[in-house]
Design a protein around this ligand. Structure first.
Ligand code: ARG
Length: 475
């Protein structure tokens, strides 16, 4: 069904209808469209534009449609241009001419953006919930490794020993920041565009604050032209999804690397691995690789929207129809990827002995020598130089730092007294880093319990938001 045509001499050309059509993807907005229409209707009844009696009939028909859509009994047909047209067709089929009354005081321009905002609120909260589950899985694994010492890397070269729980829990921090971004997003974007009409506001609906409240928004937006044009909330959401993707890609990369036979740090459970069609022995970390790969499309979706928006005139332009598919794709990507990753992380087995195997390789205790001399009052640049000489001496003799004799140490610098040996162990190195963000086992245990507490808080607000939203949709 088309929502226009009075001034046209015929329908659009077939090619135009095919190009213009969005119902095959924006049908996902159907439940939100009905909810927004109901809130708008309520406002029209208050304003006396629609009588209470007709208002009840229309609301009843909208609620029936809501059920029929959920049960798959009502869906779009080829001739529907978009979700809004399909729903008005459904309404008109039930109510005749009265079905068209709902269009008073609103335009698809404010309707579509309001529907879309509700869709995003609903799904961004769902994604936040999945992120808390992943954080939980990461924390649980990290908790089991607060005493496991691992080589820490910079430039993918051995750098300094660290606690493996510290290494693994780092992923939770980025993901909790993503959850925090979602919370900011919700606060900033909780204003309704409905009431903007085509662009100028509506003469039939002077009080859109009432529908904003019904839909769970804090209030209405401040400018009707901005309201129909603003897609900042979409770009911000796509940025959050892309950032999550980037975080997951780095987690995926570590699982891929750590599960190689060269590392052997982790075994991914069979249910979260895949095989090869030719090499029977293979067990591949495809989930981790997909986590890495999916980030590409998540970043691409953000770029796609920003390019659509760049230089776009205000208010509504049809280019804006291109805002939806990137979002649907990002939401689908994350709601498919996250459950698999949660499963992969929580069922993975980490191999303590392999992780700790090479902690002091690559002279990773050299910084301990420099720190030791620094504590004795030697300027760090000199201390660094002396530690470098120790490394050089070891390289020549093909030994490790702790294998230098007292005499050799003294020969390199008189302040390298035998008590340095206390610092020349991986255990000593990690235990000395007791700051709140450092790698000592005690610090790491505290960091993980802080992460857990933050995650619990996040879970609570997310459950509250989800409940509020479901109640709004069902009211
Ligand atoms: N399908 C359109 C979209 O997604 C709905 C808005 C159409 N508005 C218009 N003025 N043609 O953007």
């Amino acid at each position: 069904m088309a929502l226009w045509g009075g001034r046209f001499s015929g329908g659009p050309a077939e090619s135009v209808a095919a190009l213009s059509r969005s119902v095959h993807f924006d049908w996902r907005l159907a439940p939100y469209d009905i909810r927004v229409n109901r809130a708008h209707l309520q406002g029209l009844v208050i304003q006396g534009v629609i009588s209470a009696e007709n208002g009840e009939k229309i609301d009843g028909a909208l609620q029936e449609l809501f059920q029929e859509i959920a049960q798959g009994k009502f869906t779009y047909i080829d001739s529907d241009e978009d979700v809004h047209s399909a729903i008005e067709r459904g309404l008109t089929a039930k109510l005749g001419e009265l079905g068209g009354a709902i269009r008073a005081g609103r335009s698809r321009n404010d309707l579509v953006v309001t529907d879309f905002k509700l869709f995003l609120i609903d799904h961004i909260v769902e994604i936040a919930g999945l992120l808390t589950q992943l954080v939980e899985a990461i924390n649980r694994q990290a908790e089991g490794h607060t005493q496991t010492i691992a080589p820490g890397f910079t430039h993918l070269q051995h750098a300094q020993p660290i606690v493996f729980g510290h290494e693994f829990a780092k992923h939770s921090h980025g993901l909790l920041r993503d959850i925090d971004r979602i919370s900011d997003w919700l606060e900033r974007n909780s204003f309704s565009p409905l009431g903007a009409g085509a662009l100028a506001g509506s003469a039939l609906q002077p009080n859109p604050e009432s529908s904003a409240e019904t839909l769970g928004f804090i209030g209405t937006m401040g400018n009707s032209i901005d309201a129909t044009s603003d897609r900042d909330f979409v770009a911000e959401a796509l940025f959050i999804f892309a950032m999550v993707g980037v975080h997951l890609s780095r987690l995926g990369e570590e699982f891929t690397l750590w599960s190689t036979s060269e590392f052997g740090w982790v075994t991914v459970a069979d249910a979260y691995s895949t095989g090869s069609s030719i090499m029977p022995q293979k067990k591949n970390p495809d989930i981790a690789e997909l986590a890495r790969g999916k980030s590409g499309r998540l970043v691409g979706n953000l770029t796609s929207l920003l390019v659509t928006l760049k230089g776009l005139p205000f208010a509504y332009n049809r280019d804006l129809q291109e805002d939806k598919e990137p979002v649907f794709d990002s939401v689908e990507t994350l709601t498919t990827l996250l459950p698999a990753l949660i499963g992969m992380v929580s069922t993975a087995t980490f191999h303590h002995e392999k992780i700790s195997r090479d902690v002091t390789a690559g002279f990773s205790l050299a910084t301990e020598i420099a720190d030791f001399l620094s504590r004795k009052g030697i300027p760090f640049a000199t201390a660094h130089e002396v530690a470098g000489k120790c490394v050089k001496a070891c390289e020549l003799k093909q030994i490790e730092l702790h294998q230098l004799s007292d005499a050799e140490l003294h020969g390199i610098h008189p302040s390298l007294t035998p008590d340095i040996r206390l610092s020349l162990t991986a255990q000593g190195a990690v235990e000395s880093r007791i700051s709140s963000l450092g790698t000592s086992p005690t610090s790491v245990m505290e960091q993980i319990s802080t992460l857990q507490a933050e995650n619990e808080l996040a879970k609570r607000w997310i459950a509250g938001e989800a409940k509020r939203f479901t109640e709004m949709m069902e009211s």
